[in-house]
Design a protein around this ligand. Sequence first.
Ligand code: PMP
Length: 400
Amino acid sequence: MNSPASTWHMARRAARMNPSVIREILKVTEKPGIISFAGGLPSPKTFPVAEFEAACAKVLKDDPQGALQYAASEGFGPLREQVAAMLPWNVDPSQVLITTGSQQGLDLVAKVLVDADSKILVESPTYLGAVMAFIPMEPNVVSVASDEHGVIMDDLAQKADGARFLYVLPNFQNPTGNTMSEARRAALSALATERGLPLIEDNPYGDLWFDTPPPAPLTARNPEGCIYLGSFSKVLAPGLRLGFVVAPKTVYPKLLQAKQAADLHSPGFNQRMIAEVMKDGFLDRHVPTIRALYKSQRDAMLDALAQHFPDASRQPDQSLTWNTPAGGMFLWARLPKGMNAVDLLPYAVDKGVAFVPGAPFYADHGDERTLRLSFVTPSVEEIHRGVAALAATIKERQGV
Ligand code: PMP
């Protein structure tokens, strides 16, 4: 006798989950030989493999039982202390929650702070992975107008009432590479304090500056009004999946409970490895090598762009235009008037180069002319060939 077919009834929140638009778009780029400016991956050249090898052996030798046992949900004590000590404001280790990547921090923030229909504010554009973490809670996501210096205060002032928080990426933003100016940070911090608007500050790229460090984090200005998210993905290795949250005492216990429900704790073995690698100031020696590499990669892309798009400043509507990120991994560009980055992508892929269209990064209607170019993984030679291919594609499509 046949048993009855199971009826799977999806939760309402599941209907709000969608495959990442970008991942779908990138499927067309997965062809051999494509020069990809599309990925969001750090350069594998920066992973300190030998140091991890030594740390792995040491962790297993020193306390194998401890490293392989279940552990505290808050995180490995010495790592929490190291995190507190490396941040540029007064942080007590008890405020540090070690998370499974900062992506988990975003998920916990959503679970703890967002109800169905809660208004939450994001920059325009913003990190798509954050919106994906927030969406299952069924919020009302409202975009705040932003320019190359960060969110625009007048627009924020109009939208701040009743918002649960503003999610903001002040340093070398994903996707634009832009950095919030000191003046804008001061104004944002003042407005947030005056209006009682909590800030979620996401800062995975802040250490990757090229010439001068960015202005102080928003959290340093008002720690009680901010939740700060950090990550080891861009300064050590993303594969270990470790990041951290620094939260005020009023929200920390709830984030901890959400963390317990999510995964009990982040991998203790990985936490001990990172603590071992970081001791004796390793990051102070290692991070400058990442900065130097990424800066030379950015410079190669700027050179190639200037060479292939000589009319950018004279005729910005007829040319590709772009910004000059002061750190991080991404550059933001804009196609000539009338062009659409989603439509252009397959033609670019045919010519051997891929990028990410910018429109999906907007929580509301996006600027279809924008695109994100990552400069950190291709070689300098590939950067030049890739930009040449992009220029040829644009020229060809302009003629159509
Ligand atoms: N925030 C931003 C802005 C990011 O770009 C990323 C990674 N792409 C993350 C958070 C998540 O990083 P992780 O989970 O690896 O720490």
